[in-house]
Each structure stands twice: as C-alpha cells, then as structure tokens.
Ligand binder design. Structure first.
Ligand SMILES: NC(=O)c1ccc[n+]([C@@H]2O[C@H](COP(=O)([O-])OP(=O)(O)OC[C@H]3O[C@@H](n4cnc5c(N)ncnc54)[C@H](OP(=O)(O)O)[C@@H]3O)[C@@H](O)[C@H]2O)c1
Length: 323
C-alpha cells in the first residue's frame, strides 16, 4: 500500500517518501539496553509496506547494530527501501570520541556498511558532521569517488554550516541536508535553510519532537535517570518555561482533534516542499499517527500562533544540537 507523498532529493535526484523513518532509537548508541529487535524489524517492514521508503541510519548507531537490523528488515525487498547512512562519528562504550573523516577511513567505513546492510550500493551517504581536520573538498571528493565506483548513489551532508554546504555542493551536487529542525529549534531558518533552498538541496529534518518536548507527554522534573537531564533545555526553570509553551501546542492539538506530536511533525512539513520530516519510530504503533500528521494543514491564524509562541529563542536551553 502506498499512501505517502513523494519528495525529490536534490534538483535531479530521486523521489523518496515525504516522511522518513529514523532508525537510530532502534539501537543503543549512548549505552543502555538494545530496544526490542523483533518490534524494530517489524516496524521497518510495516513502514515499507505503508510507503515510507526513506530509512535513516549511521554506521555508529549501536556500533553497526542499526545497519544489521535494517539489513534483516530489507532482506528480499531491497528495491522497496532507500537507505541513508551517516559515517565518520567515532564512539567507544557509548562515549562520543570525535570524528574520523580521513579519505582512507571513509573508503574503509563504506565497505563495512555495505556488508552489514547486505547491499551493493548505499542510496545516500553522508558525513555525520564536518570538522577542520579534513578539508570539505577531500571528504566530499572521496564520497564522489565512491559514487564512481558504484558503492554510493547520492551524496548528503548532516549538521553543517551554510558555508560548508556551499563548499560541499561546489565539489559534487549535494542531494540532501540532514539537520535538526523543529518548533523548538529554528535557528537554521536564518542562513542554512535559505542556502539549501537556493541550491535546490532537500532538507531531511530530524528531532521534530525536540527530544520529546513537543509530544505533550513530558512533565517536570524528569526522572533522575532520564538522559535528557544533561541538556539545559530540560533543567529546572528552563523546563518549566518550555512546558508552558508546549501547553499552547497541546491546546491547539485538542482544537484540531490531533496530537501535539502530529502538529510538531506537520509544522516541519509545512515549512517547504523540499523538507522531509525524519521521525524516529521504534514501534509499529507510531506509524499510523505519524503518517496521518502528513495530512494536517494549518490556517494562517494557527500558523501565527505557533510561530509566535515558538519564535526563535522562545524555547530556553539547548540540547546536544547546540550550534
Ligand atoms: N544527523 C544527526 O545528527 C542526527 C541526530 C539525531 C537523529 N538523527 C536521525 O533522525 C531521526 C529522528 O531523530 P530523533 O530520534 O532525535 O527525534 P524524533 O523523531 O523527534 O524522536 C524522538 C522520540 O519521539 C518518539 N515518537 C515518535 N513518534 C511519536 C508519537 N507519535 N508520539 C509520541 N512520541 C513519538 C520516538 O519514540 P520511539 O522511538 O519510542 O518510537 C522517539 O523516542 C533518528 O532516528 C536518526 O535517524 C540524525
């Protein structure tokens, strides 16, 4: 069954589902137990059945576990899936150690990803971040060589600046920019989003719920063992302030007969034809609700309420996405 619209990645790029499935939370990346694998695989399969073909992973999600999980889910139906893989982030025992973007390392990483995924070609391959240790030209140039070799089809980037985006696109046409974007995280609207639009690069927007803040299910204070306690957005008076803003979203959701999460996803989708909400869903039960969100539209008055309540800077404190 295909009930999801399509979005084009890049000016002459492929058509993929306008809602993406983020697989990150199907593995343990910061340590802790691995989520229910059977349910994760069933979720990927059902998403494909429903027409969500854009699957997002990183080779460092669960040290390769995420890719192996996707490999199992797409076995026998490779052509139903469009697979987007990030590389370059180095973790040890759930700790972020930095980036490795050296050309030789990239050539090494890609082969491990292909093996774990059980595929011949990665549809969209992207450095998870850039740093100053390797020039953008060398990083993108190496991935462009992988395109020539047939190991990669399209090139993307993730969490970079407008200047880096332009540089990368000068080296090789960039199909997609993966970036955190939500009602709570709108700083990209000043420079990066206009640059992507100008260059015809699709925006794969993740963290639509802002680490759960916009689901309407959060209460203050968080439990002591909640990982979000590390982020200033979820601490003390910041959290109280931010949850007051979320009350506006909850109220609007009641008026429109939907959920706050659906509104959070729909708002991202409404920011442009070239923007794809990329949503983590580790359970089949999430799929129907989030697919329905793609049908929600807003009146100009509703948009004004949201854009005013969640103006840039209205949500206090940051997360790991602080730019
Ligand atoms: N490029 C990068 O730097 C970067 C960084 C982070 C993430 N990503 C990618 O983007 C994807 C999404 O990012 P994210 O996980 O940070 O943000 P997200 O999509 O906002 O997900 C956050 C949480 O929302 C929950 N959720 C989903 N649908 C819901 C619903 N209808 N009601 C209530 N809760 C719901 C998910 O729960 P369940 O998992 O329990 O279903 C998940 O734990 C990731 O999977 C990953 O592929 C990329």
């Amino acid at each position: 069954m295909e009930n999801i619209n399509k979005i084009q990645l890049g000016q002459n790029g492929p058509l993929v589902s306008s809602l993406g499935l983020g697989c990150m939370r199907m593995s343990s990346i910061w340590g802790g137990p691995t989520p229910d694998e059977a349910e994760s695989i069933a979720t990927i399969k059902e998403a494909l059945d429903l027409g969500i073909n854009f699957l997002n992973t990183g080779d460092f999600y669960g040290a390769g576990h995420n890719e192996m999980l996707i490999g199992k889910a797409i076995k026998g139906r490779r052509d139903d899936a469009f697979i987007s893989v990030k590389f370059g982030a180095i973790f040890h025992n759930g700790q972020w150690l930095g980036l490795d973007l050296k050309p030789n390392s990239i050539k090494n990483f890609v082969n491990y990803s292909l093996t774990r995924l059980g595929i011949e070609t990665i549809d969209l391959y992207q450095p998870s971040r850039m740093d100053n240790s390797v020039p953008v030209e060398d990083i993108i140039g190496t991935v462009a060589d992988l395109v020539k070799e047939g190991k990669v089809k399209y090139i993307g980037v993730s969490e970079i600046t407008a200047t880096q985006l332009r540089k990368a696109n000068d080296v090789y046409p960039i199909s997609a920019l993966e970036i955190g974007y939500s009602l709570a995280e709108r700083k990209i609207e000043t420079e990066l989003l206009p640059a992507a639009k100008e260059l015809g690069i699709a925006v794969v927007a993740f963290a639509n719920t802002a680490e759960g803040l916009l689901t309407g299910e959060m209460t203050a204070p968080l439990n002591d063992d909640d990982y979000r306690n590390h982020f200033s957005r979820f601490q003390h008076e910041n959290l109280v302030h931010n949850l007051e803003k979320v009350e506006v979203l909850k109220h609007l959701a009641i008026t429109k007969g939907c959920t706050p999460t659906q509104l959070a996803i729909a708002w991202v989708k409404e920011q442009g034809d070239q923007i794809m909400p990329l949503v983590s869903m580790s359970k089949r039960s999430r799929l129907a609700e989030n697919i329905e969100a793609m049908e929600i539209s807003f009146t100009p008055e509703e948009m004004t309420v949201l854009n005013t309540t969640f103006a840039i800077g209205a949500i206090k404190g940051g997360t790991y996405l602080e730019r």
